[in-house]
Design a protein around this ligand. Structure first.
Ligand SMILES: [Zn+2]
Ligand SMILES: [Zn+2]
Length: 340
């Protein structure tokens, strides 16, 4: 008789610092500095500075070094997608999550019991990162940023077409697009290139480092030019990318009669677009929408689902209606991914 696999809740639990994997002695995406951290991706609510040791994909470690410099983790252990390493008594594997460059799901096997922590993920094609790969498991830990039926993202190509159309309508005006510095900005550029836009794209200084990093990792973003110091004539009818915080401030008012756009899943909510002074809302998200969340639970076919940051309640109910046990993890320190 085979020995029954241990219940996942007996070896993986939520602590104030985040998800703790007892037989491995490590945390996944801890909200504060710990001894041993496995990190899914480089966004600030998942990758914190100051850990003694960090395990992540080589791309995520590079992003953490770019953001935190000497504070990116005393010891850094890269793990390529699909490779397995044993930490304590737990086999750990990183699989693509399709969220941003280097983003990974953490697959953990312990004595015949498997838990997958998705981190943030999406199922839509993204020219800047490897697509999500479903891994069957006993417990699937899923995000729920857009965990309400009202959130259904349109295809990105249609949103990009709105930018190109506006450029034709307003050839004298700069088109400034607010996009989160890690992931969204590079994806926005790559989607414009995929739609055939070959002109130089101007960058706010806050985006330059991460765009360089993406290009060093083989993501082709085409010709990029710093917006600072560019002649006004060159900015007329040009695409300018900036962090969301810059689109409504003095910085963008220096641009020639700017059309203010913003690329975010939250642009589905008209009121948010208005609050930010956005004239051209672009619904482009790096998070799964409602349909993708439901499809993914079915694809990994986990009998049990734990839901993290976002709108947990609706997804818990939807999981139960698929016949899965589900609960909200209520992690602290996971602020809403507002800009992503
Ligand atoms: Zn993220
Ligand atoms: Zn997140």
């Amino acid at each position: 008789m085979p020995v029954a696999a241990p219940k996942p809740s007996s070896w993986i639990r939520v602590e104030p610092a985040g998800i703790f994997v007892e037989p491995g002695g490590f945390h996944v995406d801890p909200g504060r500095a710990v001894g041993w951290a496995v990190v899914t991706h480089g966004h600030g609510d998942h990758a914190r500075p100051g850990h003694d040791a960090v395990l992540a994909t080589p791309e995520t470690l590079a992003i953490m070094r770019a953001r935190y410099r000497g504070d990116a983790g005393r010891r850094q252990q890269p793990l390529a997608y699909g490779e397995t390493v044993r930490i304590g008594e737990v086999d750990v594997r990183l699989m693509p999550a399709g969220h941003v460059l280097g983003s990974a799901q953490v697959v953990m096997d312990y004595r015949g019991s498997r838990v997958v922590v998705s981190g943030d993920y999406k199922r839509r094609p993204d020219p800047t990162c490897r697509p999500f790969e479903p891994v069957p498991c006993d417990v699937f830990v899923t995000e729920a940023t857009f965990g309400l039926p009202v959130f259904r993202h349109p295809p990105a190509a249609g949103e990009v077409a709105k930018v190109l159309e506006s450029l034709t309508l307003f050839p004298e005006r700069a088109h400034v697009i607010g996009a989160y510095a890690l992931g969204k900005a590079q994806r926005m550029i790559a989607e414009l290139r995929a739609a055939g836009y070959a002109e130089p794209i101007f960058l706010h200084g806050g985006l330059v480092n991460l765009c360089d990093l993406y290009q060093r990792h083989g993501v082709d973003l085409g010709p990029l030019v710093p917006a600072t110091g560019a002649a006004k004539a060159d900015l007329q009818g040009a695409v300018v990318l900036a962090p969301p915080s810059a689109i409504a401030d003095r910085w963008s008012r220096r641009l020639p009669d700017p059309v203010v756009a913003m690329a975010s899943g939250w642009m589905r909510v008209r009121q948010r677009a208005r609050q930010r002074g956005v004239e051209l809302p672009l619904i482009i998200s790096d998070h799964a929408d409602w349909d993708e969340l439901l499809a993914t639970m079915a694809d990994v076919d986990a009998p049990e689902v734990w839901v993290t940051h976002g709108r947990e309640e609706a997804l818990v109910i939807a999981a139960a209606s698929q016949g899965r046990r589900a609960r909200a993890l209520n992690l602290v320190g996971r602020e809403e991914d507002d800009a992503e």
